[in-house]
Design a protein around this ligand. Sequence first.
Ligand code: 5GP
Ligand code: ZN
Length: 119
Amino acid sequence: MAGEPQADCLFCKIVAGDVPATIVHETATTVAFRDINPQAPTHVLVIPRAHYPDAATLAAAEPAVAADVLSAAAEVAAQEKADSTGYRIVFNTGAGAGQTVFHAHAHVLGGRGLNWPPG
Ligand code: 5GP
Ligand code: ZN
């Protein structure tokens, strides 16, 4: 069924507590934790507890939860004090755009200057 945990999904395992992560923010529908390979002083991943392969499928199936991910990302940025200097919310979608984990996730990047356009 759509949204159900997937046995072979790393981020479903983090949601379940089966893989450790440094969790910085949680809601009923989302979990946020530090990226294991940070690309900026603040680099937090915000994920829905439900499994969808990317942001587009999440938004199509559960738009309220997609909105929860965005709200949680903003709360994380404020908590990390990245909101005063600017931050970026990124959803890599598809292998060609650098997506490597196929459970929807927002990257929250901040704490340094961020170039535009990204590579
Ligand atoms: P993507 O490349 O799919 O947009 O982002 C996946 C992110 O997950 C990468 O930035 C990568 O560093 C991070 N990541 C991969 N494995 C782990 C892990 O086991 N724990 C944590 N905290 N982050 C991970
Ligand atoms: Zn998953």
